[in-house]
Design a protein around this ligand. Structure first.
Ligand code: GBH
Length: 489
């Protein structure tokens, strides 16, 4: 079993990509600079009381004014790539071509140029959750018109930045957009009244939006710009609670299909939702007396247009759950009960600063193998992985241990299992605005002092560890003189 496999000393393949990540709303600040338009996170944080510490991203890490500082941190880490996102309403105030803002375009040009000068390749996410408010006002992702608006936005980014950006991601974690934002409402825009409908409808628009943007790149830019483009999906590993129980194994499979398969099956497999989702939601919809399923259907031509719209698999991963079957009869239809599954955690698992995050390093290896088996072993980049705490200590030994053990499981997945992993990204470059948790949960390799207007950054122990790991491109076998300071788990 993966959990019993001892620590593995070896190097990553030559050319393995090492990166770290941030996102626009979480770090930039400058929320109303350069004619930037309002986005849904501006609106959400400016309205009481959605955020744990009542904070906002108005200033955040002030990265809008600190390009040189951030690039300096990246240089010091020695990463080959930096993953950041573009704030849609910073370059198009109302989300459309009618309101292109040169100040916003200029900011990203300066950032990209500073990275290239430092020999760091940008990996750019187009949508990391900060939708222009004007587009939410017409219904947000539940409105299919957004397919066209997103395509225009994507085209503008390819045109303006694609001469220098060679790796693109359309969406970050569409699951979180539709479930946390439009299902139970803990994220902007905070919609929770139709948890069995809105998420499915919005996911449908997002999948089509992704596919159109991929085709735009493929048709209009690929031959000249020679970059690659895909989507980043988040997935936990949802394993069977009892690995010997056929029922738990089936429940685990359902939970995986409802989370990762929802988006991955259409894009990476066959243009359509997983069979188990189609079947369960159609049955429940019929029992509810509806004439059509709450899960929308793709037409045959849409399926063909969606299937295969990837150049690699982007994966964000943090944690693991154990799954059993559970039939829940909610008053209202709910995505959460559609899958007939319930999750729990092993009481022995170490906790982190976020209530949802349990430290389970082998879960990443299990997930990478599941992806390999389900989607034909695609070339894969881990675009986020990391751990939180709630203290300001630079001595973050638990984070060193997290990275050491999770990254070791990536290495095992490559060397022992043949998973086609090409790169790894640590979340995050620095402490930042952690969405509904505000500044209470910290994921950074660097500490940021949010009480100081200058927002100084300081390397934590984990930054030093990551830097050495990148330099070694893996793990050197311990000699008696250099026993590891943090032991394998
Ligand atoms: C990623 O989401 C994001 O891409 C990144 O921006 C973020 O900073 C990072 O992880 C760390 O969270 O407590 O019930 O409101 C990971 C998926 C989605 C997990 C939101 C936590 C909160 C659920 N996250 N979820 S709840």
């Amino acid at each position: 079993a993966y959990q019993d496999d001892p620590f593995y000393y070896d190097k990553f393949p030559d050319g393995f990509l090492w990166s770290t990540a941030t996102s626009s709303y979480q770090i930039e600040g400058g929320w109303n600079s350069s004619e930037k338009g309002e986005n849904i996170w501006d609106r959400f944080t400016h309205t009481c009381c959605h955020i744990e510490d009542n904070s906002t991203g108005d200033v955040a890490c002030d990265s809008y004014n600190k390009i040189q500082d951030d690039v300096q941190l990246l240089k010091s880490l020695g990463v080959s790539h930096y993953r950041f996102s573009i704030s849609w309403s910073r370059i198009m105030a109302d989300g459309t071509n009618a309101t292109i803002k040169s100040g916003g375009i200029d900011y990203y040009n300066r950032l990209i140029n500073a990275l290239k000068k430092a020999n760091i390749e940008p990996m750019v996410t187009l949508y990391h959750w900060d939708l222009p408010q004007a587009l939410q006002d017409i219904g947000g992702w539940e409105n299919e018109l957004l397919v066209g608006y997103f395509n225009e936005y994507a085209r503008t980014c390819f045109k303006r930045f694609g001469d220098r950006v060679k790796l693109w991601l359309t969406f970050n974690e569409p699951f979180v957009v539709v479930w946390v934002g439009l299902g139970f409402g803990a994220h902007a825009p905070g919609i929770s009244d139709r948890p069995g409908e809105a998420p499915y409808k919005a996911a449908h628009t997002i999948i089509k939006s992704h596919a159109e943007a991929w085709h735009t790149y493929d048709n209009e830019f690929r031959s000249t710009q020679k970059g690659r483009i895909s989507i980043t999906l988040d997935s936990d590993w949802k394993g069977p609670k009892d690995p010997n129980s056929a029922d738990d194994k089936a429940a685990s499979e359902r939970a995986m299909q409802f989370k990762l398969g929802w988006f991955a099956n259409p894009i990476f497999k066959n243009g359509d939702y997983p069979d188990v989702m189609k079947e369960l939601i159609a049955n429940k919809s019929a029992e509810e007396g509806r004439s059509t399923s709450r899960l929308p259907e793709f037409t045959e031509s849409e399926k063909l247009r969606i299937k295969g719209t990837f150049d690699f698999f982007g994966l964000n991963h943090y944690t693991t759950q154990l799954i059993t079957t559970q039939y829940r009869s909610d008053k209202k239809p709910n995505y959460g009960s559609d899958m007939d599954a319930k999750e729990s955690q092993d009481p022995s698992w170490q906790r982190a600063g976020s209530s949802w995050l349990y430290v389970v390093p082998w879960g990443l290896r299990a997930l990478l193998n599941w992806i390999k088996d389900n989607y034909g072993n695609p070339e894969l980049y881990i675009t986020e992985n990391g751990v939180s705490d709630r203290n300001a200590s630079l001595q973050d030994d638990h984070r060193v241990e997290f990275y050491r053990n999770y990254i070791n499981n990536v290495l095992k997945a490559i060397k022992k299992d043949g998973c086609n992993v090409k790169g790894y990204t640590a979340w995050s470059l620095m402490d930042n605005f952690e969405w509904a948790a505000g500044y209470t949960e910290k994921f950074g390799l660097h500490y940021v002092d949010f009480s100081d207007p200058a927002r100084p950054r300081k390397a934590k122990k984990s930054a030093e560890f990551y830097k050495q790991l990148i330099k070694d491109n893996g793990f050197n076998a311990p000699t008696s003189a250099s026993a590891p300071t943090v032991g394998p788990r």
